[in-house]
Design a protein around this ligand. Structure first.
Ligand SMILES: NC(=O)c1ccc[n+]([C@@H]2O[C@H](COP(=O)([O-])OP(=O)(O)OC[C@H]3O[C@@H](n4cnc5c(N)ncnc54)[C@H](O)[C@@H]3O)[C@@H](O)[C@H]2O)c1
Length: 213
């Protein structure tokens, strides 16, 4: 008997790293998983992002635990595609209880020859607007379930203090992760009457491909 038997969790950036770990941990407690990821690279992000094979492996790990997994290759920057993925995942698994908005890029050591405007846009579009694009289609399902729920937004220590290395990437990452705190603060108030908790998590250095590159 797990703490999350019968529940369904949506996780973005779930193909590898912390997103995969969240998928496996929640499935281990009994939740079925909607796992999404871009599974492609972003040009101004100089380290490789996850692959389709990574996402399939997350699905296999969830299924090994006896839980159902729905996987979608989708970009959190693409609002209509996120809506389609969330709606179809919920239709397949029957409900939604938990959202972990985890997908992000950290182009902190990006090549200084990249166009700074592109670097800024890609980081904010993924790390901040991508969180909103995840929540906008998910919240109506949480509210409609009328069972409460939990939204967990993965910020960073860079969402609590400035990080600096002289690059636009570091400023953009810091701004995006502070912005996630703003989403949490507003939605925690808005969704409290529905017994839906909204929290941010602020990891320090974690041994994933994001920093191991
Ligand atoms: N690793 C660290 O030291 C660290 C520290 C603080 C915060 N974080 C945060 O933790 C979270 C997880 O990062 P991680 O360490 O597992 O890194 P990671 O790079 O292994 O995982 C990030 C995942 O997000 C996916 N992704 C990137 N852009 C996407 C997009 N546009 N649409 C959909 N998916 C996309 C990637 O393919 C990848 O699978 C991120 O929000 C990150 O900012 C990480």
């Amino acid at each position: 008997m797990g703490k999350l038997d019968g529940r369904v969790a949506l996780i973005t950036g779930a193909a590898r790293g912390q997103g995969r770990a969240h998928a496996v941990a929640l499935a281990g407690e009994g939740a079925d998983i909607i796992a999404t990821d871009l599974c492609a690279d972003i040009p101004v992000c100089d380290y490789p992002l996850a692959t389709l094979e990574d996402l399939a492996e997350t699905g296999r790990l969830v299924e090994k635990l006896g839980r159902r997994a729905v996987t979608h290759q989708v970009d959190v920057r693409d609002a209509p595609a996120m809506r389609t993925a969330v709606d179809s995942g919920v239709a397949t698994l029957g409900r939604l209880d938990i959202v972990v908005a985890n997908a992000a890029i950290a182009p902190i050591g990006a090549d200084p020859r990249h166009d700074p405007d592109e670097l800024w846009a890609a980081t904010l579009d993924t790390n901040l607007t991508g969180v909103w694009n995840t929540l906008a289609p998910a919240i109506p399902h949480l509210v409609a379930g009328a069972r409460g729920g939990a939204i967990v937004l993965i910020s960073s220590t860079a969402g609590l203090k400035g990080i600096v290395n002289g690059s636009v990437g570091a400023t953009a990452y810091t701004a995006s992760k502070h912005g996630v705190v703003g989403i949490m603060r507003a939605l925690a108030l808005e969704l409290a009457p529905h017994s839906i908790r909204v929290n941010t998590v602020h990891p320090t250095g974690v041994n994933t491909p994001m920093i191991r590159n």
